[in-house]
Design a binder for this molecule. Structure first.
Ligand SMILES: O=C(O)CCC(=O)C(=O)O
Length: 354
C-alpha cells in the first residue's frame, strides 16, 4: 500500500493516477478538504422524494405493443427525461461481462491506468481520469473514470485497453439496436417521419465509472449536478444505488433504484434542443457511498462533432412554435460543457435564443 503525503493529494490522485480508488484503499478516515462540496451541492434526505420514481418501461413484445410502448417512451421523455427499460433484449451475460471488465480495468496498478491519462495517452479518444475537470473545479468529485470515444472497431482494437475492450464493444453493439428503437419512437412522437441516424446517433462514447467507498459520503458527491450533452444516454448501473434525478419543475430529487437487468435511459441536451424543448434533459447526480464501491457504464449517443444541431424543422412546422434554441456546432457545445465544472442545466443556455 503506498504511503502518501496528504499535503499533496491532488498529485497522488490526479497526476500519479491513483485516483480516488487509490485514496480510498489506503484507508483514509476523513474526507480530504479538496472533496468537500458546498452545502447546497450535497445530497440530503430533505431534498429527496421517497415515494416517487422515474417510469419503468417494459420493452417486451415491442412489435405487438409498439404503440403503447412508444407512447410510454415519449411521455417519459417529456415528463421525466429519464426512465428505466426492462426486457430490452440485451442479455444479462453482456451486461455482467461489461461490469466484470470495468472492475478488471480499475483493479490494475495506477501506472497501467495512467498510461491513458490526458498527459500520457497517445490519443484524445481514450481518457483515464478522476473527478470531472479537476483543473476547473472548486471541489472535486469522488469518482474515477475511463472514457472511450468510438471511431471504429479497428481503432478500438489498437487503442482501447485490453482489460475491457471486447466487453465494452459488445455492450455498445447491443445497445445500438435498443437506441434505434427508442429514437424511432421519440421521433414518431415529434412527427418526424424518417430518423436521421447520422445526426442522432452520429457518434458514440462509452464511459466506465468507479466510485470507491468514501470516508464521509455526506460531505461530497460522486458526480455533481449536470445534464448530459448527448442525444440519448443508456446507463448500466450495478446493484448499489446512488443515482438521483431531479423531478421536473421542482427542487426535489428522486432515487433511481437499481433493477437487475434494467438499463437507465435519459434524454440529453442535444435531443432537448432538437425537439425545441419538448423532450427534457434532466439534471442528475450521484451520491458517494460509505459502505460500498459502485460502478456504472454509460453510453452517450451523440451527434457528430461536425454536425450543426438546432430545433428540427418538422417540430417547428408541426407545432407552429418559434425556435427557442439556435443552430450550434455540436463540437462547440461539447467544448463548452467540458471547459467548466458541473453546473446543473447551465450548459443548455449556450444554445438558447435570448
Ligand atoms: O453513475 C451514474 O449513475 C451516473 C453517471 C453520470 O451521470 C455520468 O457519467 O455522466
Amino acid at each position: 500500500m503506498p504511503t502518501i503525503d496528504l499535503s499533496n493529494i491532488t498529485d497522488f490522485v490526479v497526476n500519479e493516477g491513483h485516483g480516488v480508488k487509490g485514496l480510498s484503499e489506503i484507508g483514509l478516515q476523513k474526507l480530504p478538504k479538496q472533496y468537500i462540496q458546498p452545502i447546497e451541492e450535497r445530497i440530503t434526505t430533505n431534498t429527496v422524494i421517497l415515494d416517487d420514481q422515474i417510469p419503468i418501461i417494459d420493452m417486451s413484445n415491442w412489435d405487438i405493443h409498439n404503440k403503447l410502448v412508444s407512447e410510454n417512451i415519449c411521455n417519459a421523455a417529456e415528463k421525466w427525461g429519464f426512465f428505466q427499460i426492462i426486457n430490452h433484449d440485451i442479455s444479462l451475460e453482456v451486461l455482467e461481462s461489461v461490469k466484470d471488465a470495468t472492475y478488471r480495468f480499475f483493479k490494475q496498478p495506477a501506472v497501467e491506468k495512467n498510461k491513458h491519462s490526458k498527459e500520457n495517452s497517445s490519443t484524445n479518444n481514450v481518457r483515464y481520469g478522476t473527478s470531472f475537470t479537476p483543473k476547473a473545479e472548486k471541489a472535486l468529485e469522488w469518482k474515477d473514470y475511463l472514457s472511450l470515444f468510438y471511431v471504429s472497431d479497428e481503432e478500438a482494437a489498437a487503442l482501447w485497453p485490453s482489460a475491457l475492450r471486447d466487453e465494452a464493444l459488445e455492450f455498445m453493439r447491443n445497445s445500438e439496436i435498443v437506441m434505434k428503437k427508442l429514437l424511432e419512437a421519440l421521433m414518431k412522437g415529434l412527427n418526424v417521419k424518417e430518423i436521421d441516424e447520422s445526426v442522432l446517433m452520429g457518434s458514440k462514447r462509452i464511459n466506465v465509472n468507479y466510485y470507491p467507498k468514501c470516508p464521509n459520503p455526506e460531505l461530497t458527491v460522486g458526480v455533481g449536478r449536470h445534464s448530459d450533452v448527448s442525444t440519448l444516454t443508456i446507463l448500466l448501473q450495478d446493484n448499489i444505488g446512488g443515482l438521483y434525478v431531479k423531478k421536473m419543475d421542482s427542487d426535489m430529487w428522486v432515487h433511481v433504484p437499481p433493477i437487475h437487468g434494467a438499463l437507465v435511459i435519459n434524454i440529453g441536451d442535444a435531443l432537448q434542443i432538437m425537439s425545441n424543448g419538448r423532450y427534457k434533459s434532466i439534471e442528475h447526480r450521484v451520491m458517494a457511498n460509505g459502505k460500498n464501491n459502485r460502478i456504472s457504464v454509460p453510453i452517450f449517443v451523440n451527434p457528430k462533432p461536425t454536425d450543426i444541431i438546432g430545433p428540427l424543422k418538422e417540430v417547428l412546422l408541426e407545432s407552429g412554435e418559434e425556435p427557442i434554441y439556435k443552430q450550434v456546432l455540436y463540437s462547440d457545445y461539447v467544448k463548452h460543457f467540458f471547459r467548466k465544472a458541473h453546473d446543473g442545466k447551465d450548459t443548455v443556455d449556450f444554445a438558447k435564443i435570448n
